[in-house]
Design a protein around this ligand. Structure first.
Ligand code: ADP
Ligand code: MG
Length: 640
C-alpha cells in the first residue's frame, strides 16, 4: 500500500466488519446457547418420559406376573374343581344307589323302632307300679326315720340320765394320781448324766403300773396304791382333762364341783391345774395349747356346754383367791393385802367379807369380787391378773406360789326349767302329766331329802335339752328354803301335785340354780421340819400343815359319816365347804414326782389320797334352784 494513503477508513471499515462479525457470532452463540438449552430441556423431558415409561413397563411387568400367577391359580382351581366334580359325581351316583335302597331300609328301621317303643311301653307300665310301691316305702321310711329321731332324742335323754346315775354312783370323792416325768432338777446336786440311774437320789421309784395302780418300790418300800385313775408320766394334759371333762356336765346339771391338785412343791400341781407354758394368748386360738392345764380347759369346756343351751339362760362369774397363812386374799379386788373371813349365815350360806375387828364397821366390809365372764379369755385374763397380784403382793423371799393355796371359783347361774320356777302369786296346783305324778307320789320331798330319781332325770333332761317345760309348780311353803348344807332350794311337795288341776299356770319368776366349780392349786404338801425354821418360814409351814391336815380331817369326818364335819378348822376347808362336802363332787389330783429323793413326801401324798378315797358319801345330790329374788340380790349377797 502506498504511503500516504489514509488507512483509517479502511481500518474503521475493517473494524466495523469485524465488529459485525463479532456481533453475528455473538448472536450465533446466543442462538446456539438457546438451542442448546432447548435441547437440554428436551433431553430432560425425554429422560423423565423414559423414566415414566420404565416404571410403566415394570408396573405392566408385575401386573403381567400377577396375572400369570392368577391364571395359574385359576387353572389349578379349575383342575381341583374338576376333580371334585368328578368325585361328587361319583358320590351322587353312589347316593342314587343308596336312595334306591333307602325306603327299604326305612321300613326295616320303623319296624325295629316300633318294637322298641312297644318294649318301653311295657317297661314304663311296670316301673310306674314299682314307683308307687317305692313311694309307699319312702313314706314308711320317713315314718320310721321320725320314730328313730324320737327314739334318738329319748336315748339322748336316757344317756344323760345314765351319765348322772354313773356320776352319782361314783358319789364318793374321786382320787386320781399323776406321776410326772423325771426332770433335770431331780438330780439335785448330782451330775445330770446320772439322772435316773439306780442307786442315785434321782432313781425312779414311783412306777405307773396300769391306769388304776401305781407302785412305790425301793429297798424299804414296796407298795401298790390304787386310785380311780392313774396317769403315766407320758400322759398329756389333754388326756388328763378328758377324765375331768364329765364333771363339767355335772356342773351344769346342778352339782358343785371341786378339783384340787395335791402334792409337794415341784410335783406338777401348777402344771396340771394351769399348765406351765408361757402363754397368755388364750383369745388367739380356739384349739387349746397342748400344755394348757385343767383350769383353762375347764373354762373352755364350760363355755362350750353353755353354747349348746338356749342363749341367755346361763351366766358365769369368776373369783380368784389366795389362802396364805390361813388368810383369804382376794386377788381380783385390787387390794390383795385385805384379808377376808368365811362366815356361814343362818341359812347355811357362805359369805366372804373382809375381816374387821370392829362390829361398827360391818357395813364397810367388802365381799369377794366376782367378775362376770362369758368366754375363756375373760376367765384366763382374770386368772392371769390374779396371779400377777399374787406375785406382786408376795412378802417372802422364797417361792411364794408353793406357800399358798390358789382357788379359782367359777359360779354358774342356770335358769331352771319352768316347773321349778317360783310362781309370782300362790296358784292352785296345775296340770301334772300322769307319768310324773306316780314318781312324785312315792316320795315326800323335804329340804335335804333326795329328789326321786325319775324326777331328777326328767329335770336333768329338760335342763339338758333346754326345753321350756311347764309341769307342776313348787310348793309355796318350802320354796326358797335351804337344806342342812346351806344349798338354796325351791321345792315341790307331793301334796301340791296330788290336788286336782284347777286353773292355768300363772306366769312364774324364773328360778336359778347356782353351782360352783372350784379349782384349787394347793400349797406344797412337803413335810417341812419345824426344827431350825423360824420367822416367816415357820409361820408358813405351820399354816400349810394346819390347812392340809384340816383338809384330811374333813375328808376323814366325811368318810366316817360323822355328824360334825370340822370345815371351820381352817379357812381353806371352810372356803371350800360347799364343794368338798355334802352333795358336791370332789376330784383330788395327786401329783407325785418319780424320784427316790422325794420318797417320804410321795408316800405321804399317796397315803393322803388313799384315805380320801375311803370317803363314802352315798349318792350325791343335785343343786336345786334358789329363788329368783335371792339371785337378784347376789351383787350384795353372800358368796355361796
Ligand atoms: P408344783 O406346782 O407342784 O410346785 P410345777 O407344776 O411347778 O410343780 O412343776 C414343776 C416343774 O415340773 C415345772 O417345770 C413343770 O413344767 C414340770 N412338770 C410338772 N409336771 C409335768 C408333766 N406332767 N410333764 C412335763 N413337765 C412337768
Ligand atoms: Mg405350783
Amino acid at each position: 500500500m502506498p504511503l500516504g494513503i489514509d488507512k483509517s477508513d479502511f481500518l474503521q471499515e475493517k473494524n466495523k466488519k469485524l465488529e459485525r462479525d463479532l456481533r453475528t457470532k455473538d448472536e450465533r452463540i446466543v442462538a446456539l446457547e438457546t438451542e442448546n438449552a432447548m435441547l437440554y430441556l428436551k433431553l430432560a423431558q425425554m429422560r423423565s418420559s423414559l423414566q415414566c415409561s420404565r416404571e410403566e413397563v415394570s408396573g405392566l411387568q408385575s401386573q403381567y406376573d400377577s396375572e400369570t400367577k392368577f391364571r395359574q391359580n385359576v387353572i389349578e382351581s379349575a383342575l381341583k374343581f374338576k376333580q371334585e366334580l368328578e368325585s361328587i359325581k361319583r358320590k351322587l351316583a353312589a347316593l342314587q344307589r343308596v336312595a334306591v335302597d333307602l325306603p327299604i331300609q326305612f321300613q326295616n328301621d320303623i319296624k325295629h323302632a316300633n318294637s322298641v317303643v312297644q318294649r318301653h311301653r311295657h317297661l314304663f307300665v311296670s316301673q310306674t307300679s314299682s314307683l308307687s310301691t317305692m313311694q309307699e316305702q319312702l313314706s314308711q321310711l320317713q315314718g320310721s326315720l321320725q320314730d328313730i329321731t324320737e327314739q334318738h332324742a329319748k336315748e339322748k335323754k336316757r344317756r344323760q340320765e345314765l351319765h348322772n346315775v354313773l356320776m352319782e354312783l361314783r358319789g364318793n370323792i374321786r382320787v386320781h394320781c399323776r406321776v410326772r416325768p423325771l426332770m433335770d432338777f431331780d438330780c439335785g446336786g448330782e451330775d445330770t448324766k446320772m439322772l435316773g440311774s439306780s442307786g442315785t437320789k434321782s432313781e425312779v421309784v414311783v412306777h405307773y403300773m396300769d391306769d388304776e395302780n401305781v407302785c412305790v418300790r425301793t429297798t424299804k418300800h414296796n407298795k401298790v396304791f390304787e386310785y380311780e385313775r392313774v396317769y403315766s408320766p407320758d400322759e398329756s394334759q389333754e388326756f388328763v382333762f378328758d377324765e375331768v371333762q364329765p364333771m363339767m356336765t355335772s356342773l351344769l346339771d346342778g352339782y358343785n364341783i371341786c378339783i384340787m391338785a395335791y402334792g409337794q412343791t415341784g410335783s406338777g400341781k401348777t402344771h396340771t391345774m394351769l399348765g406351765s407354758h408361757k402363754n397368755e394368748d388364750y383369745h388367739l386360738r380356739m384349739e387349746p395349747h397342748k400344755d394348757e392345764g385343767v383350769i383353762p380347759r375347764a373354762a373352755r369346756e364350760l363355755f362350750r356346754l353353755i353354747s349348746e343351751k338356749p342363749e341367755g339362760t346361763i351366766s358365769v362369774e369368776v373369783s380368784v383367791v389366795e389362802i396364805y397363812n390361813n388368810d383369804i386374799r382376794d386377788l381380783l379386788s385390787g387390794d390383795p393385802s385385805a384379808k377376808h373371813d368365811v362366815i356361814t349365815g343362818a341359812d347355811g350360806s357362805l359369805s366372804i367379807p373382809t375381816l374387821t375387828s370392829s362390829p361398827r364397821t360391818i357395813e364397810l366390809r367388802k365381799q369377794l369380787v366376782q367378775k362376770k365372764v362369758d368366754k375363756i379369755q375373760d376367765v384366763m385374763s382374770f386368772v392371769q391378773y390374779g396371779l400377777r397380784m399374787r406375785r406382786e403382793s408376795a412378802t417372802m423371799v422364797h417361792e411364794h406360789s408353793s406357800r399358798s393355796h390358789l382357788v379359782v371359783t367359777l359360779t354358774v347361774n342356770s335358769q331352771a326349767p319352768n316347773f321349778l320356777s317360783k310362781p309370782a302369786t300362790p296358784s292352785p296346783a296345775p296340770d301334772v302329766p300322769e307319768s310324773f305324778k306316780h314318781m312324785l307320789i312315792q316320795t315326800q320331798y323335804y329340804p335335804g331329802s333326795l329328789i326321786p330319781y325319775a324326777v331328777r332325770a326328767a329335770l336333768l333332761a329338760n335342763i339338758a335339752l333346754g326345753t321350756p317345760v311347764i309341769m307342776g309348780r313348787p310348793s309355796t311353803a318350802p320354796a326358797g328354803g335351804r337344806d342342812r348344807r346351806g344349798r338354796s332350794l325351791s321345792l315341790m311337795t307331793t301334796a301340791s301335785f296330788e290336788s286336782p288341776p284347777q286353773s292355768p299356770i300363772v306366769p312364774s319368776t324364773p328360778a336359778v340354780i347356782r353351782t360352783k366349780l372350784q379349782l384349787v392349786d394347793l400349797a406344797g404338801s412337803e413335810c417341812v421340819g419345824m426344827s431350825g425354821v423360824t420367822g416367816v418360814a415357820l409361820r408358813e409351814a405351820s399354816n400349810i400343815n394346819k390347812s392340809l391336815s384340816a383338809l384330811a380331817d374333813v375328808l376323814g369326818a366325811l368318810a366316817e359319816h360323822r355328824p360334825h364335819v370340822p370345815y371351820r378348822n381352817s379357812r381353806l376347808t371352810h372356803f371350800l365347804q360347799d364343794s368338798i362336802g355334802g352333795d358336791a363332787k370332789l376330784l383330788v389330783l395327786l401329783c407325785v414326782a418319780p424320784a427316790q429323793r422325794y420318797i417320804t413326801e410321795t408316800t405321804q401324798c399317796l397315803g393322803f389320797g388313799q384315805r380320801a378315797r375311803q370317803v363314802q358319801r352315798g349318792p350325791t345330790k343335785r343343786r336345786l334352784p334358789s329363788s329368783a329374788e335371792k339371785v337378784g340380790g347376789f351383787g350384795k349377797a353372800s358368796f355361796r
